[in-house]
Design a protein around this ligand. Structure first.
Ligand code: FAD
Length: 382
């Protein structure tokens, strides 16, 4: 079959590769001038630092097949994400762990003592059934840790008060009672030695795949293909006829530094008075490299306007209602499947994106073989 993948991010690349290997003719288009989607990395010409152009990306997964898949296309080196936070004039370890608790309260508690202290003396147990993010935080960590580490950061990230966000955004007990400061729990964690773009170029490097960059897809072009995998915005396919699905976007204020600016890859800023959420220093994502200069991003979050890059889907009540209307329309559409983070309007980590792309390509190949109609969604967006 003659298949078009809209988007040269992980979704389009993985689906395109799988179906090219199955003998289909694949065209991949992207409006940007590079492959890789939001995972795109590029070496800075002046410093040589590998920059995560659309924000920091750390690969982590428990999915052994996905881990084998990425290692087929790139050499991965060990990388653990260890984030720090500046708040109240001090620097702490994140996620909130025993070190953070002892430093913050000026104590020397052991794990069970810290657990008793937080759940017994800090947590507001009068809140029986937390409904909002704020109530959840007050119920499980208490006012002091909530205000230092969760409140301001969340207000900056989501542009609203934590009392307007659902409790489900915050885990029941978002603190650790040991000294584990590895941000992720997953078995497999690492960073591609030559960056994500080189890995995605390798995925797309197949004689059955033609890649066209700087090419904006429009719906009328679908007629030239037997099927389209669309990893662009779901509402964009329908020309935003029912309205726009809400996103947060990010502004990155780039600056360079002669030396080591902050000594770690990611420094969060918990206070609402500091307008940015975090500073990323890109060279620390590649600790095996040495660079005299440094490239940093101050990261600001705000509501996305039509011309902005959509980063994080908001998915509150109003957005979910609109999403369900678009899903109903999409299910009537012919010759297209909606995939990836924009096509299904969900936040997806890279490993989940690859897992869903592999599953979608396999399911599509089965439909192609027995002549049945592939679904609009291989993973339900709602
Ligand atoms: C700030 C940030 C940090 C992240 N950090 C991590 C992390 O640390 N670890 C992790 O696992 N995941 C992380 N992610 C998630 C990761 O970025 C996604 O999993 C991944 O990018 C999803 O790939 P995708 O192909 O579905 O979408 P995208 O990467 O968005 O690719 C979609 C592509 O489609 C193109 N496109 C859209 N519409 C059209 C059109 N009409 N015509 C042509 N081209 C079009 C776009 O230009 C884009 O290149 C992060 C995401 C963000 C926003």
């Amino acid at each position: 079959m003659n298949i078009l993948c809209v988007g040269a991010g992980l979704s389009g690349a993985v689906i395109g590769r799988h179906l090219a290997e199955a003998g289909h003719a694949i065209t991949v288009v992207d409006s940007r001038g590079h492959v890789g989607g939001n995972c795109h990395t590029q070496r800075d010409a002046d410093t040589g630092v590998m920059v995560h152009v659309y924000g920091p990306h750390i690969f982590h997964t428990d999915d052994a097949e996905v881990w084998d898949y990425v290692n087929r296309f790139a050499a991965f080196l060990p990388y653990k994400n260890r984030v720090k936070a500046t708040t109240g004039g001090a620097v702490y370890s994140l996620p909130v762990n025993l070190h953070t608790i002892n430093q913050f309260f000026g104590k020397t508690l052991r794990p069970d003592e810290a657990h008793a202290f937080i759940t017994g003396e800090q947590a507001d147990t009068s809140i029986e059934d937390p409904q909002t993010f704020e109530e959840q935080a007050m119920r499980f960590v208490g006012k002091d840790l909530y205000e230092a580490f969760f409140k301001g950061y969340t207000m900056k990230q989501w542009g609203c008060h934590p009392s307007a966000l659902p409790a489900s955004i915050l885990k029941r007990l978002p603190v650790r009672f040991n000294y584990d400061d590895n941000y992720f729990f997953h078995r497999f964690q690492g960073m591609p030695e030559q960056g994500y773009t080189a890995m995605i170029e390798a995925i797309l490097d197949h004689p059955g795949i033609a890649v066209r960059l700087n090419t904006v897809f429009e719906r009328a072009q679908a007629e030239a293909y037997d099927h389209v995998f669309y990893s662009g915005p779901l509402d964009g396919w329908f020309d935003f006829e029912l309205g726009r699905l809400g996103y947060r976007t990010l502004d990155f204020e780039r600056f360079t530094y002669d030396g080591d600016y902050q000594g770690c890859a990611v420094m969060n800023y918990g206070e609402v008075e500091v307008p940015y959420t975090r500073i990323t220093e890109h060279k620390h994502f590649a600790p095996w490299e040495e660079h005299a200069g440094s490239v940093c991003y101050r990261e600001f979050s705000r509501a996305a306007e039509p011309e902005d890059i959509p980063y994080y889907p908001i998915r509150q009540v109003a957005e979910k209602a609109l999403l369900s209307d678009y899903v109903a329309r999409a299910e009537q559409a012919q010759g297209v499947s909606f995939v990836g983070r924009l096509g299904t309007y969900r936040y997806l980590d890279m490993d989940v994106t690859i897992r869903e792309a592999l599953d979608a390509a396999r399911a599509f190949a089965a439909h192609a073989q027995d002549g049945t109609k592939p679904p609009a969604f291989f993973t339900a967006p709602l």
